[in-house]
Design a protein around this ligand. Structure first.
Ligand code: NDP
Ligand code: MG
Length: 396
């Protein structure tokens, strides 16, 4: 019997890697549902190939012609419209495994719905955990869901903690070291950063990813979000989570134990490795990744991140310390700033300014449910949009 998989964000970068691994294991999985936001043609092409039971276009209004085109595919795929349909396919009884690979805050509600339905949850959408970490982890526990991290660093940490796993006690851990490539501007002259273009920021040296996470990697907000993600996934205090620049992206993260041992996970930078790990867990299955040739790589290097070059990292630690809704504010302001940068409206170096101003203007409150988180998200987007409007076109 194969397991039914719902893939949220099927038309994205993680979506493509997931489909590649799943196609290698037809004896294990069948696709129950595939989702996209607006990319109707790309989603239809995937449905023709993989014949899922459902497809969802969350950002498109009801369209009979589109529905007919999907229904004519060999699998007779039923097309659903609108964001609520994401929650439907994430919590359906026939979805046994959920890959959460939507980008940004939009992933929170359907991922939480899958947690509430007790699913086996493969989490790439780090923003969900950043926005609502404690609420998310409590929901996973209370509803008996299984949470497996897909983010390569967290998947690496998970692999270094085989006896523990995500969400359980990590008393024997002294430190978690999250590695970061440093992105495309690791050694660029700092005075040039105000002039960098979206195209330069998206040209990551080691990974091919969606545009939003590529910019986050350049600013190192991605690592900041990952510090917050690790804090909740592994229940480790923020001061025990460190970031280490490792330009080759071969070691995906390390765990140091109280006895002084360090365990690391290595592979070529290929998201199919963590995806296959989580899909197969606790077994190991073929991922399609090229084996690592350490002799060819020769050397691995490490350095501490430069706080001046990467101010977003400090902002993320500060939001984590402030707690409550602060990480949701950080995340929302970052999404607004990055979108404005990608549209050519905001300078690269103004991204941290927008986030800092949103954090200052939106005081953190306690989180007592999803509504508080979503309210903080909306407030932060308003504040960030105002900052963007003021900073637009301003000289560096
Ligand atoms: P992409 O931008 O490549 O893909 C995003 C996917 O989400 C697309 O299917 C897109 O649909 C869909 N989507 C976009 N906006 C919405 C919305 N508002 N509501 C519903 N669906 C939406 O992103 P990535 O695959 O790079 O990243 C996905 C997640 O995985 C992110 O949270 C990222 O941080 C995380 N991640 C990614 C890694 C990577 O290597 N790419 C590594 C580690 C984590 P459409 O095509 O219609 O726009
Ligand atoms: Mg990562």
């Amino acid at each position: 019997m194969t397991q039914g998989l719902t893939l949220l964000g099927a038309t994205g970068s993680i979506g493509a890697s997931t489909l590649d691994v799943v196609a290698r294991h037809p004896d294990r999985y069948h696709l129950f549902a595939l989702t996209a936001h607006q990319a109707a043609d790309a989603l239809l092409a995937l449905c023709l190939r993989y014949a899922p039971r459902y497809a969802v276009l969350s950002g498109v209004v009801e369209d009979q012609d589109l529905r007919r085109r999907f229904a004519q595919s060999a699998g007779g795929t039923e097309l659903l419209f609108g964001a609520p349909a994401l929650e439907q396919v994430a919590s359906d009884r026939e979805c046994e495994v959920l890959m959460a690979a939507i980008v940004g805050a939009a992933g929170l509600a359907p991922t939480l719905a899958a947690a509430r339905a007790g699913k086996r949850l493969l989490l790439a959408n780090k923003e969900a955990l950043v926005m609502a970490g404690p609420l998310f982890m409590r929901t996973v526990r209370e509803h008996g869901a299984t949470l497996l991290p897909i983010d390569s660093e967290h998947n690496a940490v998970f692999q270094c903690l085989p006896q523990l796993g995500a969400g359980t006690s990590t008393r024997a851990v002294r430190r978690i070291l999250l590695t970061a490539s440093g992105g495309p501007f690791r050694s660029a002259p700092i005075e040039r950063l105000s002039q960098v273009t979206p195209q330069e920021a998206c040209a990551h040296p080691n990974w091919v990813m969606g545009r939003k996470i590529s910019v986050d990697s350049a600013t190192m907000m991605n690592k900041g979000l990952e510090v917050i993600e690790a804090r909740w996934l592994f229940d480790v205090a923020p001061e025990r989570i460190e970031v280490l620049i490792h330009a080759q992206s071969i070691i995906h993260s390390l765990v140091e134990f109280v006895d002084g041992s360090m365990i690391a996970q290595l592979s070529n930078p290929d998201m199919r490795v963590p995806i296959a790990h989580a899909l197969g867990f606790p077994e190991r299955i073929e991922s399609g990744a090229t084996p690592l040739d350490l002799a060819a790589i020769g050397q691995l290097s490490f350095e501490r991140p430069d706080a001046q070059r990467f101010p977003c990292l400090g902002l993320a630690y500060a939001a984590l310390r402030d707690g409550g809704t602060a990480p949701a504010v950080l995340n929302a302001a970052n999404e607004v700033a990055v979108a404005a940068f990608l549209e050519g409206k905001l300078r690269y170096t103004a991204i941290p300014q927008v986030i800092e101003q949103a954090l200052e203007r939106t005081p953190a409150t306690q989180v007592d449910g999803l509504a508080t988180v979503l309210e903080a998200d909306r407030g932060a987007r308003r504040a960030a949009a105002q900052s963007v409007a003021l900073l637009m076109g301003k000289a560096p």
